[in-house]
Design a protein around this ligand. Structure first.
Ligand code: GCU
Length: 594
């Protein structure tokens, strides 16, 4: 493995230039700007041995003289959909890990006084971007957006854009070498050319004051504007029109009280039309306002204690065996969660596309979002920590105006160590440096049964640094019951709210068998397991939410059983073909009662 890692590391890392973008500024609300979509069929070249960059194929050269020839051409070859993973687009790429080059031409009619940015919703997992033969940027991280300014670099017509994408797993990556979901590669989310005025509204954060039911706080940042520029916020329905001027850093802050505010909640997901404008720019979007806080062992939303009826799903459309990326995909995933009776989604295990986040907010789901700090991460590696910090900042920057976002998740099933603690403290500081209004959570799999005390307990002092503690516990699947569920009492993280962030077991839809034999992989076994866990949950005094693992069966390269799994993790309440298993109905009944 060492040799292999030694080989893989330089190749994959060589994809990132020193120009690798830091936790860069992101234009807020790209979908609310003037954009030209670059989605569609792109030309592609599968570069199995990473020969493309050294042969400068991004120059897209054509033979001129009689002795010229090039052993590549982007035209008349493979074509791949963007956005989409490559794995689901052709059988030969189902398991592919390596480099694929994408390329397309586009026109960018000159607009005086405008600045242009190429914006990528996400590229999995790392990439280098070349425009008209020049390398203009790179990015690492398969689940967060990035942008590259191309003002003055784009021509009115015939621009040639090439993107070198690589999804090779490496020990210093996030996630690292092994994770329980499919390693989809590609330009997996929307790509657009964003045009903004040369003095534009780059970013804003508009929210209800953390401890106020009627004070709105706003931070706005302009780019390219002179200090002292007037910025206005308008919320017509609240009869609000407030102005402030920018300081020497281009930022303006406001706080103002409002009357008759309808605070957002799952039961009433009220959003307001908010307009931010200056003399040169204007942008608007729908923003909700709510209060979320912890009071002792309670999670309190708008002053009332809350019980989280949650579910997880991966960013995957099982029927298509591909990564979800569109609004239609978001409708499919979220409609099934709504049918189950949920009021929250744990977006596992990485920031999912903005269509899902925005639609979830409109539909009234609270959201937990996390970066894939999944089990074995190289916590002692400074570069890995820098990357993780950049990723979590990109996540928070993108979604900070989404009031549905309630929890920032900083880890999933990590083992206690000083290196891990320092790493997670850094991530928490990165979140709070942008947003100190939301709750910080992490999921642990460290609860064990103490035979002497006959209690379920946990010992990881790091939980003191979290607002809410989440536990993944697979009683009846990975862990046989040490006593009957009605006697399974927990003494975990008292004084803090506790969420069961994962529980469940596998069943192959339509497979029936004894409810007490795990290897039956039967719907009956899964349903009995759910009934047992729901019974145990009654004995967790500080339980404030549950989130079964998982809504849909999902693809995973280490689910080897040829008939029960066949490369699928079968813990879904719904099969990969969309059929609800028996356990789905138990969960529905439980949520309807809570
Ligand atoms: C873990 C992990 C999940 C995984 C699940 C399982 O708890 O967080 O990502 O899929 O267990 O084993 O099915």
């Amino acid at each position: 493995m060492k040799t292999l890692t030694k080989l893989i590391m330089p190749l994959a890392l060589s994809l990132l230039t020193t120009a690798d973008l830091g936790a860069q500024e992101l234009i807020a609300n790209v979908y609310g700007r003037e954009t030209q979509s670059l989605n569609g069929k792109w030309d592609a070249i599968v570069d199995l041995y990473d020969q493309g960059r050294k042969n400068k194929i991004y120059l897209n050269r054509k033979p001129e003289g009689k002795t010229d020839f090039y052993e590549y051409s982007f035209e008349n070859g493979l074509r791949l959909d963007v956005p989409s993973d490559w794995n689901s687009q052709m059988p030969e790429l189902k398991y592919y890990e390596g480099t694929v080059w994408y390329a397309r031409r586009f026109d960018a009619p000159k607009q005086e006084g405008q600045r242009q940015f190429l914006h990528f919703g996400a590229v999995s997992y790392r990439c280098r971007v070349y425009l008209n033969g020049e390398e203009i940027g790179s990015h690492e991280g398969g689940f967060t957006p990035f942008q590259i300014e191309v003002t003055g670099k784009v021509k009115p017509s015939g621009n040639f854009l090439a993107v070198e994408v690589n999804n090779t797993r490496t020990p210093d990556a996030i996630p690292a070498m092994a994770f329980d979901w499919w390693n989809y590669g590609g330009i997996t989310r929307d790509v657009s050319l964003v045009s903004v005025p040369d003095a534009f509204i780059e970013d804003y954060f508009i929210r209800l004051g953390k401890d106020s039911a009627d004070r709105i706080d706003a931070d706005i940042r302009l780019s390219g504007a002179t200090p002292g520029t007037a910025v206005e916020i308008e919320i017509p329905e609240l009869k609000v029109r407030k102005t402030a001027v920018t300081d020497e850093r281009g930022t303006a802050t406001m706080s103002f009280n409002v009357k008759k505010l309808d605070r957002w909640s799952p039961a009433a997901p009220k959003l307001y039309r908010v307009i931010v404008s200056t003399d040169r720019d204007r942008v608007e979007e729908s923003i909700g306002f709510r209060n979320i806080r912890v009071e002792g062992e309670e999670i309190v939303l708008n002053g009332a204690p809350l019980f989280l009826k949650s579910i997880s799903f991966h960013e995957e459309i099982p029927q298509r065996m591909g990564r979800a990326h569109s609004e239609a995909d978001a409708v499919m995933l979220l409609s099934e969660a709504k049918a189950l009776g949920c009021n929250m989604i744990r977006l596992a295990h990485y920031p999912q596309n903005e269509h899902i986040v925005r639609l979830a907010e409109k539909m009234g789901f609270l959201l937990w979002e996390e970066i894939p700090i999944w089990q074995g991460i190289d916590f002692a590696n400074d570069r890995t920590r820098e990357k993780a910090g950049r990723m979590i900042k990109e996540m928070v920057m993108r979604d900070k105006n989404r009031c549905a976002l309630t929890f920032w998740g900083v880890a999933n099933e990590t083992q206690p160590s000083e290196a891990r603690n320092a790493f997670l403290r850094y991530l928490i500081s990165c979140c709070r440096s942008i947003d100190d209004t939301r709750l910080i959570v992490a999921a642990f799999d460290l609860v064990r049964f103490d035979r002497e005390r006959q209690l379920f307990v946990m010992n990881d002092p790091f939980i003191e640094e979290l607002d809410v503690v989440a536990i993944n516990k697979y009683m009846g699947w990975y862990h046989p019951w040490p006593l009957t569920p009605d006697k399974a009492v927990w003494d975990v993280a008292r004084g803090k709210p506790l969420i069961i962030s994962e529980f469940g077991g596998e069943a192959l839809y339509g497979q029936h068998g004894p409810a007490d034999v795990a290897s039956s992989w039967s719907e009956e076994y899964q349903a009995a397991l759910y009934a047992d866990n729901l019974r145990m949950f009654e004995n967790i005094p500080n339980l404030r939410g549950v989130s079964p693992w998982i809504l849909f069966d999902f693809r995973s390269p280490f689910r080897f059983h040829p008939t029960n799994q066949d490369g699928w993790n079968r813990k879904g309440l719904v099969s990969d073909q969309g059929y609800r298993k028996k356990a789905w109905y138990l969960m529905k009944e439980y949520y309807d009662k809570h």
